[in-house]
Design a protein. Structure first.
Length: 197
């Protein structure tokens, strides 16, 4: 049983890396199998199709990222200022995407290319992640000192889209993931706080 789970994990890890690097169309089962150290037909012992494999990578990416963000925010405690909690979420999300988690990066990279039915299931799983961000934004608006004329849904959608784009353009260099995360938080929060209604 452990050997089966080990093989399954290797396939998932390889699929996440391939999806992150090559996108949905470019991630071939033969490449995934080679990266996992097995032959392509062996994948079918663990997953009935490429779609099933891709969907499991998507679900795992959402789970890992959500867990990471919630942990970083909730450790601050319920009494932390809403803007402090929102900043922690922004920084946690960017750090997680840029420090090698290929599952979350795969979600950001291939989500738009998913087949419609799979996209619907992934969106359903994503709803708790979305709701968490919505609650952080609404709490910041309710606390005052921010532009309350901005619709929380619009803020959330633009914010997540901006943050999710980071793996597509980030290259290690002058700024590391922590600095990029800080600048993303500054960009969002100073723009968010700067135009009070």
């Amino acid at each position: 049983m452990a050997q089966i789970e080990n093989g399954r994990t290797r396939i998932l890890d390889s699929a996440a890396a391939a999806l992150c690097k090559k996108g949905l169309a470019g991630a071939k089962l033969s490449d995934i199998a080679r990266m996992a150290g097995m032959l392509a037909p062996s994948i079918y012992h663990h997953f009935p199709s490429k779609d099933h494999l891709v969907e499991e990578v998507m679900m795992e990416g959402i789970y890992r990222n959500s867990r990471h963000i919630v942990t970083k925010v909730e450790v601050l405690g319920a009494d932390a200022l809403p803007l402090v909690r929102l900043r922690a979420a922004i920084e946690a999300h960017i750090n997680f995407l840029l420090t090698g988690d290929s599952y979350s990066s795969a979600v950001a990279r291939v989500f738009d290319d998913l087949p419609a039915e799979m996209k619907g299931r992934v969106l359903a799983a994503y709803s708790s992640f979305d709701n968490y961000w919505r609650d952080l934004i609404i709490a910041a608006q309710a606390a005052g000192g921010v532009n309350t004329s901005l619709d929380a849904t619009v803020v959330r959608k633009f914010l997540i889209a901006m943050l999710d784009s980071s793996p597509s353009w980030y290259r290690p260099g002058k700024l590391g993931p922590a600095q990029i995360a800080e600048q993303a938080a500054d960009l969002v929060l100073y723009g968010f706080v700067g135009r009070q209604s």
